[in-house]
Design a protein around this ligand. Structure first.
Ligand code: PEP
Length: 257
């Protein structure tokens, strides 16, 4: 089954107007070479408008790093409604990034609610999930992935996964320079697909599964060669045009296989 190949840059809390403009100038200039995949960038929310304008007319898509789980606007100081992200041209929104889970206390239930709200607002949620090092070492990787995934399926319903992306991001690999081996990534992705297939085999086969965690220009090709790895969610390496484009090139090369 052919699935969308996708490379998403998560800028995290980085950037400035000048830095963003310089990075995007290069990405926009090169983007048409990567027409066989989809490229997206997720800047901090305050930059969405400016970034959206700079990538306008290019094939690069816009995404946000988070949204408020509340479906109705109102008294939620500091939060950003999904409709606002949509208004500013976002296609994607990350939900449940490990930094949101570990630093800001987001529970599986809250992540599931964000997933649901994102879709209500017309956004494509990128559900981030992954195990900690302790989980991996005590053999509970699959149990953790199942728990995180099942919480979303229980809230949103399996059909909602038809218009979503999943990013497997082992916590121990994010920002550490310690990448999962291609075999570890494949095993986790295959598990996620099997888990979804218990509810709906067609959806399990069609949902794009991205790998994230210290992907760089050197290791991207071997990760993307895995049959169940459909692209990447890229943190640090998305801040440098040459590295991000090399990762896009690796995804595009995989597309022809
Ligand atoms: C991320 O922020 O989702 C991520 C995967 O970061 P890094 O690529 O820097 O590990």
């Amino acid at each position: 089954m052919s699935r969308t190949r996708l490379v998403i840059g998560n800028w995290k809390m980085n950037g400035s107007r000048d830095d963003n403009a310089a990075l995007l100038r290069e990405l926009v200039f090169e983007a048409k070479k990567y027409s066989a995949i989809e490229m997206a960038v997720c800047p901090p929310a305050v930059y969405l408008d400016g970034v959206g304008q700079q990538i306008g007319g290019s094939p690069i898509r816009l995404g946000a790093q988070d949204l408020c789980e509340q479906a109705a606007a109102g008294a939620f100081t500091g939060e950003i409604h999904g409709n606002m992200l949509k208004e500013f041209g976002c296609r994607y929104v990350l939900v449940g990034h490990s930094e949101r889970r570990s630093l800001y206390g987001e529970t599986d239930e809250r992540v599931a609610q964000k997933f649901v709200t994102a879709q209500v607002c017309g956004l494509v949620p990128v559900l981030c999930l992954g195990e900690t090092l302790a989980d991996r070492e005590d053999g509970s990787t699959e149990a953790v992935l199942a728990r995180q995934l099942d919480a979303v399926v229980a809230s949103a319903g399996i059909a909602a996964l038809r218009d979503a992306v999943i990013a497997y991001e082992p916590v121990w690999a994010i920002g550490t320079g310690r990448t999962a081996s291609p075999e570890q990534a494949q095993a986790a992705h295959a598990f996620l697909r099997r888990r979804l297939a218990e509810s709906d085999a067609k959806i399990a086969g069609s949902v794009p599964l991205l790998y994230g965690g210290s992907v760089n220009a050197e290791n991207a090709a071997s990760l993307f060669e895995q049959p169940d790895v459909d692209g990447g969610l890229i943190g640090g390496a998305s801040l440098k045009a040459s590295a991000f484009l090399a990762i896009c090139a690796a995804a595009q090369a995989r597309n022809g296989q």
